[in-house]
Design a protein around this ligand. Structure first.
Ligand SMILES: [Zn+2]
Length: 1054
């Protein structure tokens, strides 16, 4: 039986105004209590997540505690937490969507022992607000009342501790009900979690910043920024077209001055604007932070400004075409923020000297975020000095209109500045990547495979699956040393003479049930992260490198697609999808497969599967394998030719390279001999992905996960076209077909670098490929431009990508649907799938960025502290690929580095190259043309740099304390770099990325050893001479250990 009430809701906007909303409110006799102590679980309908059975008490946080200390409540150590609906709503209304989503995710997270209790729908818990009662008091009273009800509901068997920040509530309710205690949050931590240091520090840090905020708001301050407009005004303004909504994007090279608002959805159509809106200066940005969803008012045309075109520090990867922009563009100011995008920021504390110069208010420290786009943050801490050599995580709490900078609090220490592990941790936090080891709870649900307890194919699965073990020659082709084999192939002749091609993919979803612990973790990670020197797997290793991995010689479950092909035309006659059991016969590596294809059979000595066989069976097996590899290649050529007719792009060979332009920067540009067998495997995978895409879309037209690659914006091609023209090539960008053809023709026989640079520019101009739900997109937008396919998805790497796991489940559901059996898979609705796609796309971007940043980190470490005069590595040949007003962009093939080289230095001197070609700085001026730039000294000497000129550059590292180091390039001579004793100039042995990483890792280890020795010496000195504590490394480390700052678990929050 439901009781209807009216509920008046007062919403407070960020600006402090209140909105009155009346809602109908239904009260029920019972709502889920989610406690294992519930006397009537059926009546309560406790069918969701339950609280754990082994706790000593339940904890009920008050609304204010949930608002202020959510990040502590997220600690997995804190168990038995009941979030009252009243508290959750307070968060939603007063802290915004981001914080509310965090709370929702926490409640959903099976790993975290907390539940929601909908107290306002429970008829004996619901309290109407009394006349004159403040919202805050009513919320506290409601939460207390609900806690008491809950206590009695569990038959007084579990004490409840309500934790509140309301000082009056403690005496008021504290002794009202036996078994329900009321204490402050600080008190709670002190009494129940005395050893959870990380939580205590966080709590102190939050308390301190709150106290200071309160003090400050009492003092009167002059306004630094205009107030934001109330939400209703913003919304009305957006509707009427007076304001424009979009995401704020700060230019990292001009972070103080330039930001752009990218138009969103309806905004762009209504306002008739085509370009971004420039937000010039911090005042106009009005406290919005990079990534915030802002509302903008356009300034009158007379106030419009242009964007900067000159070369900035390390400016090498912007997509903006080189020409035109300096003219004024739509310019605006921020009038409100719809959604804040605050996250964890890695910052650096100022050095001791800088702190002193910051002056009187020494407890408030201005820290500098690692990300240039984020403004400095004011942190209240006593530990500034101890923290000055570390990378530290902070969060922003508020940004008042009276404050030049936002206020924040200290969260935890990551590691030392410049230390490899500290810098890698920085990159992970900045990309919001959390890679804590898999927990025990996750692992105990995993199958085992040990020598004592070997994993076996189960008889039920044997009945259900098609068994290919005796009928099919299945094998894999991967890079050498690959552990996680996602995909295997087979080909054979059928009795009717036709061919059968098979692609067999690891059956990950057999082991990973929807919403299991491992599934949730994999979904959160969304992908395996590959950094320059390490990787973080999406799945536990028992799956990724063992039971799911399609290794040679062992039985494995697979999901297979098999096509029957016409024996001569290779036309597809028939296709079969389903679960199988396979036993891969060979785990080949690319080079070996290529040798077999080329007829060099000596390679079989390197293939372990051929060892220990007698000559006859060896010969027979070899023939069988060679036939299969050859046939596959034949089929792949045929399939590829068909795709080429439709305009598939050969950018960097395989699809990943197209969409992840930056991700594999280094590897891309290493002149590695591409093997045809790479393409053979890639083509079979593309074919499988394409057919699965068709299948799941036909079965579930509104909720299938596909991958689209939108056609590029033509204007992004202008630089490519201009560059090609400089070499006399014409690039036709009208379609993917013409682009592919003209790139093939743009080949300078004397300089292969030209074609690579042009292809790389084409890649840069491309849009990113994205996952999407078919229900939220018109069919013509499904198209994959790069692969020239109408439908595409990811199916072939379920060990490494979560999208493929979803696609496997969709395919299984489609198969059940065909068999007219019940679809047992719980499919996502279009809306949920869309949200999931957004998450995965976002994680893929994070994976790209972290890989790029970690590679740059290694590059810098490779060149750092090297004597530039004597070290051979610091001088290299470079190719100019872009001309700017004050310099050029240079690509260094040997190291795969791209960067800016200035032709005018900070003192205003310009470059001059004498008769010996060596460069010097002299007074003079620069003149820029379409494809060249000329530097003329006042004495009248001039030197001109053309596009694609080879020059000699010196590589050095620009060290930075607060940000990442950057590579600096200087032109030493306008002639190519000649390595003595060799004729091959720019093709001198390229340095492989893995070698670079290896060398840096080795020197880091040596440095560590040296440091340890140094530390020991200092310790000895200390004991021997009883020196007073100086600022030595050792004492500082000890101090930090005392503060227990480094003990903070990194599993939390990021
Ligand atoms: Zn119950």
């Amino acid at each position: 039986m439901l009781q209807k009430r009216e509920k008046v809701l007062l919403l407070r906007t960020f600006q402090g105004r209140t909105l009155r909303i009346v809602r109908e409110h239904y009260l029920r006799p019972s709502v889920p209590c989610n406690s294992p102590l519930c006397p009537r679980p059926a009546a309560c309908r406790n069918d969701g997540k339950l609280l754990s059975g082994d706790v000593t008490h339940y904890m009920v946080p008050d609304w204010k505690v949930v608002q202020d200390y959510l990040e502590i409540l997220e600690f997995p150590e804190l168990k038995g937490i009941i979030f009252m609906q009243t508290a959750c709503q307070a968060v939603q209304h007063q802290r915004g969507r981001r914080q509310y989503n965090k709370l929702r995710n926490l409640l959903k997270d099976a790993r975290h022992d907390c539940v929601l209790f909908a107290n306002e729908f429970q008829q004996s818990c619901y309290l109407p607000r009394e006349r004159g009662e403040s919202m805050e008091k009513w919320q506290t009273r409601s939460i207390y009342k609900a806690a008491v009800w809950y206590y009695h509901h569990c038959q007084d068997r579990m004490p409840i501790i309500m934790v509140t920040e309301d000082e009056e509530a403690v005496p008021q309710y504290g002794s009202e009900t036996e078994g329900v205690f009321v204490i402050s949050f600080k008190n709670y931590l002190d009494n129940f979690w005395p050893d959870l240091k990380a939580a205590h520090e966080l709590c102190d840090s939050i308390l301190q910043s709150r106290r200071e905020r309160e003090n400050e708001s009492q003092e009167s301050h002059r306004k630094e920024y205009p107030e934001h407009l109330p939400l209703e005004v913003l919304e009305a303004g957006i509707k009427s077209g007076r304001y424009i909504q979009g995401i704020l994007n700060v230019n990292k090279h001009r972070a103080q001055i330039e930001a752009f608002v990218r138009l969103q959805g309806a905004s762009s159509k209504d306002s008739g604007l085509v370009s971004d809106i420039l937000i010039h200066g911090m005042k106009a940005r009005n406290r919005s932070i990079h990534g915030d969803m802002v509302v903008v008012e356009l300034l009158p045309k007379s106030d419009w400004k242009g964007r900067t075109v000159a070369l900035c520090e390390n400016d090498s990867d912007d997509k903006a075409p080189g020409e035109s922009p300096s003219e004024p563009m739509p310019t605006g100011r921020v009038v409100g923020i719809l959604q804040k995008n605050w996250r964890d920021y890695v910052v650096t504390f100022p050095s001791k000297e800088e702190v002193q110069s910051q002056g009187k208010n020494a407890q408030k420290i201005l820290v500098t975020p690692w990300d240039y786009r984020i403004p400095k943050i004011r942190i209240s801490t006593q530990q500034a000095e101890a923290l000055q050599d570390f990378r530290v995580v902070v969060r922003i709490d508020s940004w008042e209109s009276t404050s030049v900078y936002p206020n924040g609090h200290f969260v935890r220490v990551l590691g030392r500045i410049g230390d490899l592990e500290g810098e890698i941790a920085t990159i992970l936090v900045e990309n919001n990547i959390s890679v804590a080891p898999f927990s025990e709870a996750q692992m105990c649900k995993m199958p085992v495979n040990t020598p004592e307890n070997p994993w076996k194919v189960s008889p039920e699965e044997e009945r259900e699956r098609r068994d290919l073990r005796k009928t099919h020659l299945v094998f894999s082709i991967d890079p050498k040393g690959c552990e996680d084999v996602d995909d295997t192939l087979s080909v054979r002749t059928l009795t009717n003479g036709n061919l059968e091609l098979g692609v067999h993919i690891a059956d990950v979803t057999h082991f990973v049930a929807p919403n299991s612990y491992v599934d949730i973790e994999a979904k959160t990670r969304a992908t395996t992260y590959y950094l320059a020197d390490r990787r973080y797997d999406m799945l536990p290793s028992i799956l990724s490198s063992d039971l799911c991995s399609l290794l040679g010689g062992v039985d494995r479950y697979a999901v297979s697609i098999m096509w029957e092909l016409d024996k001569t035309s290779y036309e597809i006659k028939e296709v079969w999808y389903g679960r199988t059991i396979i036993r891969s016969s060979y785990k080949l590596f690319y080079e070996a497969a290529q040798e077999l294809l080329d007829g060099n059979f000596n390679i079989i000595d390197d293939i372990p599967e051929f060892r220990g066989l007698d000559e006859r069976s060896r010969q027979a097996k070899l023939e069988e394998l060679v036939w299969a590899v050859g046939k596959l290649t034949d089929i792949a050529r045929h399939v590829r030719a068909k795709r080429d007719l439709c305009g598939a792009l050969e950018l960097e060979g395989v699809e990943v390279r197209v969409q992840l332009d930056e991700k594999k920067n280094i590897r891309d540009l290493i002149p590695k001999q591409p093997l045809e067998v790479h393409e053979t495997v890639a083509e079979c995978m593309i074919l499988a992905n394409h057919w699965v895409a068709k299948k799941i879309w036909e079965s579930f037209p509104h909720q299938a996960l596909l991958r689209q690659h939108p056609p590029p914006h033509q204007e992004f091609f202008s630089e490519l076209r201009e560059c090609a023209k400089a070499k006399g090539f014409f690039i036709d960008t009208r379609s993917n077909k013409t682009l592919a053809d003209s790139l093939d023709n743009a080949n300078d026989p004397d300089d292969p670098i030209v074609n690579r640079l042009l292809r790389s520019m084409a890649t840069q101009a491309m849009s990113n490929a994205l996952y999407f739900s078919t229900g939220s997109c018109a069919e013509e937008e499904f198209h994959h431009y790069g692969l020239a396919l109408d439908k595409y998805t990811h199916f072939t790497s379920p060990i490494r990508r979560y999208a493929d796991i979803i696609v496997h489940r969709l395919l299984m559901a489609a198969i059940s649907k065909d068999k007219k059996t019940e679809v047992t898979e719980n499919l996502f609705s279009n809306k949920d799938l869309e949200e999931l796609c957004r998450h995965i796309n976002n994680r893929n971007r994070a994976a790209q960025h972290s890989q790029k940043q970690s590679t740059e980190l290694f590059q810098c470490m490779y060149f750092k502290d090297k004597d530039q005069e004597t070290e051979e590595r610091c001088i290299a040949d470079g190719v100019i690929y872009s001309i700017r007003t004050n310099g050029v962009l240079v690509f260094i093939p040997r190291f795969g580095i791209k960067g800016a080289a200035y032709l005018k230095n900070k003192d205003g001197l310009v470059i001059s190259c004498g008769p010996d070609s060596r460069s010097e700085w002299k007074p003079g001026s620069l003149q820029r043309f379409q494809n060249k730039i000329t530097s003329t000294t006042t004495a009248g000497d001039s030197v001109t740099f053309h596009l694609f000129d080879h020059v000699t550059v010196r590589i050095s590292v620009q060290a930075s304390r607060c940000h990442s180091d950057t590579i600096r390039l200087e032109i030493m001579s306008n002639k190519p770099y000649m390595i003595p004793d060799t004729e091959l100039l720019h093709q001198s042995a390229p340095l492989l990325k893995s070698d670079l990483v290896k060398e840096v890792t080795r020197s880091v280890e040596e440095a560590h050893l040296a440091q340890e020795v140094k530390g020991n010496i200092i310790q000895e000195d200390f004991q021997k001479y009883c020196q007073t504590k100086g600022r030595s490394l050792y004492t500082l480390l000890e101090e930090i250990r005392d503060l227990a700052l480094l003990d903070v678990s990194d599993s939390h929050g990021i």
